[in-house]
Design a protein around this ligand. Structure first.
Ligand code: HEC
Length: 115
């Protein structure tokens, strides 16, 4: 019994320590998953044809993610990915990418796609 409660205390302690340490990096950690396809910090490899995320307005990215999640916007992969996150997490991710600097080329691609 004593051992069990010591273990529980330890678990609680390490749990909260981990949560505290992870918090400031949460958005970045969540957004790291997207780098595989959308490039480091949301700047895709030139000519890859994948949409950039860096420097895109948070509301715009969030709207697209919400549409993928709800099924309003179809996609090959994004509907599954968007469904894996809570609305709050998607908000953090979109804010993270909005704050990244966009390269001139990726910005051009993004605006071409929009207008
Ligand atoms: C396995 C590759 C892959 C990963 C990982 C991925 N994406 Fe995508 N993303 C795509 C593809 C492909 C599209 C085009 C829509 C589709 O076919 O699903 C897309 C489209 C988008 C769009 C729409 C862009 C536009 O201008 O219309 C947004 C926003 C987006 N992704 C955000 C994210 C975020 C945020 C993550 C991480 C949580 C992420 N993506 C992870 C492949 C990926």
């Amino acid at each position: 019994m004593k051992r069990l409660s010591a273990l529980a205390t330890l678990t609680l302690l390490t749990g909260s320590l981990f949560a505290q340490a992870a918090d400031p990096e949460r958005a970045r950690n969540l957004a790291a998953t997207c780098a595989n396809c959308h490039g480091t910090d949301g700047r895709p490899v030139s000519g890859s044809g994948i949409d950039p995320l860096a420097g895109i307005d948070q509301r715009l990215s969030l709207q697209q993610l919400a549409h993928f999640k709800s099924g309003r916007r179809p996609g090959t992969i994004m509907p599954q990915i968007a469904k894996g996150y809570t609305d709050e997490e998607l908000e953090l991710i979109a804010a993270h990418f909005a704050a990244q600097k966009h390269g001139a080329e990726t910005w051009q691609t993004a605006t071409d796609a929009l207008f």
